[in-house]
Design a protein around this ligand. Structure first.
Ligand code: FES
Length: 272
């Protein structure tokens, strides 16, 4: 899913995380070297690296929070992973703030407790980076998908069901668009049999179906490959076992309207 905190389609959070990761690991190395060699200039370098890392971490956290709350699908395994990622990052930030406060200035040599806290902070930030990698490379958070000949990806927010999701001329066979209506993310996809609307929420672990591939009238989830028939919502291939929600579609003067699903079935939750 395309990052919301982005510069010309480049996600900002991954750009900024290089600062805390690099500077905090550097500060730990400087501090260890300062004690080993008894060199105050290395300790000063470590102190300034801690401060720089904390500043970078705050900026990265702002961009990360925008994406976590604005982009990562709700009720998904990625959302849970994102919360753990955030908690680890904030914990590391707090630890390094404590380290800087204990030192008090660039002139002080680090003591044993500061070294220990820095080491824990480095482990936390590396563990968090592992989860961040999973969020990007497996859950595809921040990936900017494009269709052939689709032009610019548009995600709309509608005030109500009485507004059109798109014009039918905007979608060719195999293309989808997504709209958020009253907190629900609804995908409209075009297949050889017409336009169909369905929930963006994969019933396996909450993957965003609008980021998947629509081949014929079957959409494939980008996370673990579950396939659903968009005409009926039924599972074509697992690991998902529950159908996705379908919505009636109406065409009025070429505009595509999606109707609320009155017969909404109770959610069948699967283990994350
Ligand atoms: S989230 Fe696992 S297949 Fe969709």
């Amino acid at each position: 899913m395309r990052a919301r905190a982005q510069l010309r389609s480049h996600p900002i959070h991954p750009m900024l995380v290089a600062f805390p990761i690099g500077l905090w690991i550097g500060s730990f190395a400087f501090d260890v070297a300062a004690i080993a060699q008894g060199d105050p200039s290395l300790a000063a370098a470590g102190f300034y690296a801690v401060i720089g890392g904390c500043a970078g971490a705050v900026l990265a956290a702002i961009a990360g929070a925008v994406d976590l709350f604005g982009v990562v699908p709700s009720r998904s395994s990625a959302k849970n992973r994102g919360y753990i990622h955030a908690v680890l990052n904030v914990s590391a930030l707090v630890l390094f703030i404590v380290v800087a406060a204990r030192r008090g200035g660039a002139g002080a040599m680090p003591d044993g407790l500061s070294i220990l806290l820095s080491a824990i902070g480095v482990v936390l930030i590396l563990s968090s980076g592992w989860l961040g990698g999973t969020l990007v490379y497996r859950n595809q958070i921040g990936v900017d998908h494009r269709y052939a000949n689709a032009g610019k990806w548009r995600e709309r927010t509608l005030a109500g069901w009485d507004q059109p999701v798109c014009n039918q001329s905007e979608l060719a066979d195999g293309q989808m668009t997504v709209a958020e209506v009253r907190g629900l993310k609804v995908v409209v996809g075009r297949c050889p049999e017409g336009m169909f609307a369905f929930s963006d929420h994969c019933t396996h672990r909450g993957g965003p179906l609008s980021d998947g591939a629509l081949v014929g009238c079957t959409v494939q989830c980008p996370w673990h490959g579950s396939q659903f028939d968009i005409r009926t919502g039924h599972v074509v291939a697992g690991p998902a076992r529950s159908k996705i929600e379908s919505y009636p579609v109406e065409l009025r003067g070429g505009e595509v309207f999606v109707m609320p699903n009155r017969a909404r079935e109770p959610e069948k939750k699967e283990a994350a």
